[in-house]
Design a protein around this ligand. Structure first.
Ligand code: FUL
Length: 455
């Protein structure tokens, strides 16, 4: 079936329901998140775990011709992954159940390229089972990545047959392991073992996930629930709207003019709620390579990433890859704990907490909030939040501060707010703070405001 971009987007929205808001004629309403999208966003941080044959061959992309016996973690401990995630403040973990090499971390009945042919646990092991059990024991949500591109499957490129194969693998993953919070679809779509290209049946795939796991969110470039932020460097767009035009990125892996811009920024007038997820790795690669053990991102860089992801209305999916032993490397675990400690210290004292806020509507699409902090303090970081359960609307704002009766001076200026906007600025001594919403796509509602000293 060949569909135009717009027709595909419309058909997909109709087939999936939920995240599309039909605009009533008289009183236009704006898109809002579904309950699952809201849960997803409130998690703020999830860990990504790239693990598989590449961990043992020292590759980033396997070619599907690996000997399955290379997969032999000596001390796999999924509980350690989950504990490290929880200590970092993550509320979900996502595991690469299958990467582009096609090697399955669970005993799929559709292929022999799996843990069942490895010496690990005598061929009776199931990493997906150990992973999902560990997540539940640590109170974390579990998510799975199932690469559409499969360089091992002989039917890859024989489109209808591979679509059946892929849907059957998805069915295994979504029916054997209890609730799955996020299903991650990678946009990479390369050649198959025979050089053929695959046409995916995304409508069928998305419909299957909705049916088997109605509370899961689906991630891909094109959603349908969560979109890619457009890069792997840890920076969501600024501005970053959680609404978008579904026709701008009509299917996973779409390329062409405007795609990256649409992914980075969303669209203030978009008809669907499709917030951006920021995926990046704590190391240069996605898989663990011993040669990169000295190149784990320092805590300053991870903190910067926090500001450009969670602090830009996105969710951070931080990759921390297990080693050949099957555990997270001590350096990475320490770095995660350091990041949490840094964030806890940074946001420990909120000068705005409990202070009365005067909220004034200043125009149809503008408003201002004023706070008296009750004492003179030094502020260097601000936190603004919209109540996104009711949609996103701020398009431009300014934050100003003043000492007692002194003059107002600019602390920060920005565009979108959404779930959370964090700003860092030159520390200033202030007693009064004013947040001006200077433009919005609908009458602005009260913002939540936090003010901190900064580093
Ligand atoms: C990319 C893949 O090709 C990488 O290997 C990695 O899985 C990353 C998250 O997505 O498209």
């Amino acid at each position: 079936m060949t569909l135009t971009r717009r027709a595909f987007a419309t058909t997909m929205a109709t087939a999936l329901g939920g995240s599309v808001v039909r605009l009533p004629r008289a009183q236009p309403s704006r898109p809002r998140p579904s309950p699952s999208q809201l849960v997803w966003q409130r998690d703020e941080l999830a860990l990504f775990l790239h693990f598989g044959v590449n961990t043992f061959t020292d590759h980033e992309w396997g070619d599907g011709r690996e000997d399955p016996t290379v997969f032999n973690p000596t001390a796999l401990d999924a509980r350690q992954w989950a504990r490290a995630g929880r200590a970092a403040g993550a509320r979900a973990l996502i595991l690469t159940a299958k990467h582009h090499d096609g090697f399955c971390l669970w005993p799929s009945r559709l292929t022999t390229h799996s843990v069942a042919r490895s010496p690990w646990r005598g061929g009776a092991g199931d990493v997906v089972r150990e992973f999902t059990d560990a997540c539940r024991r640590e109170g974390l949500r579990a998510g799975l990545y199932l690469s559409p591109w499969d360089r091992n499957a002989p039917v890859y490129g024989d489109s209808p047959r591979y679509n059946d194969f892929y849907c059957e693998q998805l069915t295994e993953l979504l029916t054997r392991y209890g609730p799955i919070a996020e299903v991650w679809f990678d946009g990479a779509n390369g050649e198959g073992p025979n050089g053929r290209r695959q046409e995916y049946d995304w409508l069928r795939v998305f419909g299957l996930v909705r049916r088997l796991q109605p509370h899961a969110v689906m991630f891909s470039d094109a959603g349908p629930d969560v979109r890619w932020c457009g890069n792997e460097a840890g920076a969501a767009g600024d501005p970053n709207w959680s609404t978008m035009d579904p026709a701008a990125v009509a299917y996973p892996g779409a390329s062409g003019d405007g795609v990256i811009t649409a992914l980075q920024h969303g669209d203030p007038h978009g008809s669907v709620w499709r917030p951006a997820e920021t995926d990046t790795s704590i190391r240069p690669g996605w898989f663990h390579h011993p040669g990169e053990d000295q190149r784990v991102k320092p805590v300053d860089q991870l903190t910067d990433i926090w500001f450009t992801s969670v602090g830009r209305n996105s969710k951070l999916l931080l990759n921390v890859p297990p080693t050949r032993e099957g555990v997270l490397h001590a350096t990475d675990v320490a770095r995660l704990a350091d990041l949490r400690a840094r964030l806890t210290a940074l946001f420990a004292e909120d000068f705005a907490d409990g202070r009365p806020v005067q909220w004034r509507v200043t125009g149809t699409h503008s408003a201002a909030a004023e706070l008296d902090l009750g004492r003179t303090v030094t502020v260097g970081v601000s936190r603004l939040e919209e109540e996104v359960g009711r949609g996103q609307c701020v398009a431009r704002y300014a934050i100003r501060g003043a000492q007692d009766a002194g003059e107002w001076r600019d602390l920060a200026r920005g565009t979108t707010v959404g779930y959370r906007k964090l700003d860092r600025f030159e520390p200033a001594t202030v007693r009064r703070v004013r947040v001006e919403v200077q433009d919005a796509v609908a009458p602005p509602r009260r913002l939540r405001i936090g003010l901190y000293r900064g580093s």
